[in-house]
Design a protein around this ligand. Structure first.
Ligand code: NAD
Length: 484
């Protein structure tokens, strides 16, 4: 069977990459390749930067409300093609179709939020900063921005940045993950239909060569990156060297604390989604479940009973709760962590290694897995596994669970389940991660609040979306003015 070859979108046109090399894109539920994506080159990036640079002057002069009108049209078109986008997403990424719909909804919410540009991009002013002198700062777009995206949220993550960059008057180049390039390919068909001015928004497929070309290109003013922490650190350092603005979001090791007074029945649905949604491949997945005090045995029993009921299958099946992992290599990596956990002496309560899904025997599946009696120094409790493997670390009290959270290498998100407002306040006050859930699981901030962690989970200072994102995509030009 001949596989379709994906194209780039540059200067308002679909075009071939000039590379001779391609990667296979898989349907992870079937374990079969479904498309080829070019391993793009610096020449592809050059062409995109040229187009985006030429488009910048005209786009910048387009009034903010007129720029926002493109987004209003985009939102309508996304609503019309909502189900098709979600289906492509599940086909290449594997997550359950209902989760894919949730992801597309979150993508659209960023478009909606960005349309508030006429208030969100406003500067500020003060009269009489000295006698007869006034001062004002207005926000100006900067130029061409690049975005480098991960595989786990192929639709949403680039849209934490893209609509804000565009609506504030910049032009944009997106490089999706080479593991899931089809979703943005489908989304850019919608962008093509809407008819942005040529060069305003561009798509370049590829992997490291494209990333390095974006990082080194003098025509790029800033980079928004989301991916694993080692890559995020590399991007941050390179942008420092080449003098670019950068926001670089990395990996996670999220802890869910369950206090002895928690309502376990009410908590169970959000606990299951936090740990097993997207087969544990979220930067907001729970990874460590930490009972506090004498709730541990009850929690382990109820949580493992609930995990056993999870339906694993092809994400396109409406009954599926958990789909496959992204690739065979990643499945082997996750299985490797399970084997390491056994070797390190943790107690395997539920083993997802030997799962077989009827009709999808070649899919990259790992079933729900639970380890109890994990100690904080084991690999299970220290490294980002990014799969459906839950490590239970039993803790005695608030001090111990806070210490557990704050001693991980990452500081993305954390959550507490409790009936006590005082306990919830103490937890959210003391822990380092900067996205906190209270009785809600590891929940994602919506588009109008910032998204991003602390420590090794985020390099840079301005996070994804929220109101602050307009600072990332603009320079505040300050004018100090006197008239005679
Ligand atoms: P990844 O770091 O492997 O890849 C991310 C992007 O960087 C891809 O586009 C890839 O082509 C590129 N890349 C990878 N290695 C590179 C290198 N050495 N040089 C240049 N470019 C490189 O991440 P992934 O596996 O696609 O995504 C999963 C990771 O992303 C997890 O660690 C997850 O926690 C993280 N993530 C974080 C957030 C967040 O908000 N903090 C959100 C989603 C995912």
């Amino acid at each position: 069977m001949t596989l379709p070859i994906l194209q780039n979108f540059i200067d308002g046109e679909w075009c071939e990459s000039n590379t001779g090399n391609h990667f296979e894109v898989f349907d992870p539920a079937k374990g079969q390749p479904i498309a080829l994506v070019p391993d793009g080159t610096s020449a592809d990036v050059d062409a995109a930067v040229r187009a985006a640079s030429e488009a910048f002057a005209g786009w910048r002069e387009t009034p903010p409300l007129s720029r926002a009108r493109y987004l209003f049209r985009l939102k309508e078109a996304f609503e019309d093609q909502f189900d098709e986008i979600a289906e492509v997403l599940t086909t290449e990424q594997g997550k359950a179709i209902d989760e894919a719909r949730g992801e597309v909804r979150r993508m659209i919410e960023n478009v909606e939020h960005a349309t508030g540009v006429t208030t969100l991009m406003c500067g500020y002013t003060l009269e009489d900063i000295a006698k007869n002198i006034d001062c004002y700062g207005h926000r100006q777009p900067i130029g061409v921005f690049g975005c480098i995206a991960p595989y786990n949220f192929p639709a949403m993550v680039p849209w934490w940045f893209l609509p804000y960059a565009l609506v504030s008057g910049n032009t944009f180049i997106l490089k999706p993950s080479e593991q899931v390039p089809m979703t943005q390919g489908r989304i850019f068909e919608v962008i093509d239909e809407i008819g942005f001015p040529e060069g305003v928004v561009n798509l370049v497929n590829g992997s490291r060569d494209v990333v390095n070309a974006l990082l080194n290109h003098p025509g790029i003013s800033g980079i928004s990156f989301v991916g694993s922490s080692p890559t995020a650190r590399y991007i941050y350092q390179k942008c420092g060297e080449t003098g670019k603005r950068v926001q670089s979001l990395g990996g996670a090791k999220n802890i869910v604390a369950v206090m002895a007074d928690a309502n376990l029945e009410a908590a169970m649905p959000s606990l299951l989604t936090s740990f097993y949604g997207c087969a544990g491949q979220r930067c907001l997945s729970g990874s460590i479940l930490a009972p506090v005090g004498d709730i541990a045995d009850r929690l382990v029993a109820q949580f493992s009973d609930a995990a056993k009921t999870i339906r694993v299958g092809n994400g396109l099946d409406e009954q599926t709760f958990m789909g496959p992992l992204i690739s065979g290599a990643h499945r082997d990596r996750v299985v490797g962590y399970i084997e390491r956990g056994i070797a390190e002496g943790a107690e395997l309560v539920l083993d997802g290694r030997d799962i077989s899904v009827d009709g999808y025997e070649d899919g990259f599946f790992v079933g729900p897995t639970i380890f109890d009696k994990v100690s904080p120094d084991m690999a299970l409790a220290s490294e980002e596994i990014f799969g459906p493997v839950v490590s239970i670390v039993r803790t005695a009290d608030m001090d111990e669970v806070v210490e557990l959270v704050n001693s991980r290498d990452y500081a993305n998100a954390a959550c507490i389940y409790t009936g006590s407002g005082a306990a919830a306040r103490e937890f959210k006050y003391r822990v380092l991660p900067s996205m906190i859930g209270v009785n809600i699981g590891i929940a994602a901030p919506m588009s109008f609040f910032p998204f991003g962690g602390a420590g090794n989970s985020m390099f840079g200072d301005i996070k994804g979306h929220g109101q602050e994102i307009f600072q990332f995509f603009t320079d505040t030009k300050v004018v100090i003015e006197r008239w005679f």
